[in-house]
Ligand binder design. Structure first.
Ligand code: ADP
Ligand code: MG
Length: 412
């Protein structure tokens, strides 16, 4: 059985307990000591609202049952030792020497989170410990994860948030989830060097069972929303396993194109335009550059599709909500140009198999597709996608059903 199948929706707490027990044993083997606790933070799937979060816009992700787990204890010598069962490697560094560039590779996400916590006051997000400002010292960390890596399901935010919660709680710091999310985003932006928005870290911290979260990234307000009665609607995810291509540079290029478009249109962010009533074409008419116009059109129409989807789901019109998701895919394919043949073929196969709607999810250039489907059609959708992939000569995809699950939490 694959790790993904292991972590199906309603088995999360049992999964947590089992994972905590096995992590406890692994921690003893690696560090020859007992962990003080085990923490977890989930990956996510975004239903709709893609590439909007760094434009002050709307997103609507939910937290997956698949999570990253961290067993941890404090150390007195100011050293961090971190071992990942996935990377099969232990990395060691001194907390005092932490600054961007000091640690790279997978451990950069961990080091970046600790650096971000230690310097939280510098960005106006001071943390409070039992005796005032905390002094975050050394730790031993053992990491395991059921979130597929680099698949667009946000294993990076799961890693940052699980480590952030573990290190904060080990030092008696109880920070607001949104504060930890912002510090995790800062770790990824300023330490790892990935200019992501706040969506992934927000949902990893704030996810809740049975609810997606509509998040306004301008006001930073989360609003839980129901995706529908699980007896009637189901969310399916296709991990295309397509190799990521050019991800870092292309993502940063999209972000900078949006900033250029906003500057030329004289607005602080493209969100300011999606709030207006005029059609996108009219709002963008003064933009000379055709590429910038398409990029901005995606962001404006996508923000509107998110809000429409929320209303349609509330009204129980899942078919129309699905159409918005499919329209989102089209926009991401044609205007934003972040899809690849594997995601496009998966969307077509899913639509032909009878889902309400389907779209690429996550940053793009590979990764996953998400579909809103009538309940009970996982097997049909899976074979439809597999057949189409075989015919196209693509590798075997993973297709699974996902239900909204808990955000970051202590599990032992
Ligand atoms: P995504 O967030 O969609 O999974 P990213 O490229 O943003 O993709 O992040 C993936 C990277 O995060 C991995 O290449 C690795 O460096 C790091 N990572 C995530 N989970 C783990 C883990 N359990 N152990 C070590 N590194 C991890
Ligand atoms: Mg990521």
């Amino acid at each position: 059985m694959s790790r993904i199948d292991d972590a199906s929706g309603d088995e999360v707490s049992r999964g947590d307990a089992e994972r905590a027990a096995s992590l406890d044993g692994a921690f003893r083997r690696v560090f020859a000591a007992e962990p003080a606790g085990v923490w977890a933070a989930p990956g996510r799937v975004n239903l709709i609202g893609e590439h909007t979060d760094y434009n002050d816009g709307f997103v609507m992700p939910f937290a997956l049952p698949q999570s990253t787990y961290v067993a941890a204890r404090r150390r007195a010598d100011g050293q961090v030792r971190v071992h990942s069962l996935f990377a099969e490697e232990t990395v060691e560094f001194a907390v005092d020497a932490l600054r961007p560039g000091a640690v790279d590779g997978w451990a950069g996400y961990v080091a970046g989170m600790i650096w971000s916590l230690r310097t939280a006051a510098d960005v106006g997000l001071p943390l409070e410990g039992p005796g005032g400002a905390p002094v975050l010292g050394g730790v031993d960390l053992l990491i395991d994860s059921t979130v597929p890596h680099g698949a667009g399901l946000s294993s990076s935010a799961a890693l940052e948030c699980s480590v952030g919660l573990a290190v904060a709680e080990l030092h008696g710091v109880s920070a607001e989830p949104l504060t930890l999310a912002r510090l995790a985003q800062r770790a990824e932006n300023d330490f790892v060097g990935m200019p992501c928005g706040l969506m992934d870290q927000m949902i990893s911290m704030l996810g809740e069972p049975a609810r997606a979260v509509l998040f306004d990234t301008r006001s930073l307000t989360p609003r839980p929303v129901s995706v529908g009665d699980p007896a009637e609607v189901e969310v399916l995810v296709v991990d295309t396993r397509a190799p990521h291509r050019l991800v870092d540079g292309e993502y940063a290029a999209r972000r900078s194109q949006c900033e250029q478009a906003a500057a030329q249109l004289g607005v602080a962010s493209l969100r300011a335009l999606s709030d207006l009533d005029e059609p996108a074409e009219e709002l963008l008419a003064s933009l000379d550059d055709e590429l910038l116009r398409r990029r901005a059109r995606h962001v404006i129409t996508e923000n509107r599709r998110v809000l429409e989807t929320v209303d349609l789901l509330a009204a129980g019109d899942v078919a129309a909500a699905g159409e918005r998701m499919t329209a989102s895919h089209r926009s991401l394919r044609e205007d934003y140009e972040v899809t690849v043949p594997e995601t496009d073929v998966a969307v077509d196969a899913l639509l032909d198999s009878g889902v309400h709607g389907a779209r690429i999810t996550g940053g793009g250039f590979g990764g996953c597709v998400v579909a809103l489907a009538p309940a009970g059609m996982l097997a049909r959708a899976r074979s439809a996608v597999r057949d189409r992939y075989a015919a196209a000569g693509f590798g075997e995809p993973e297709v699974f059903a996902a239900s909204p699950s808990a955000g970051a939490r202590r599990v032992a």
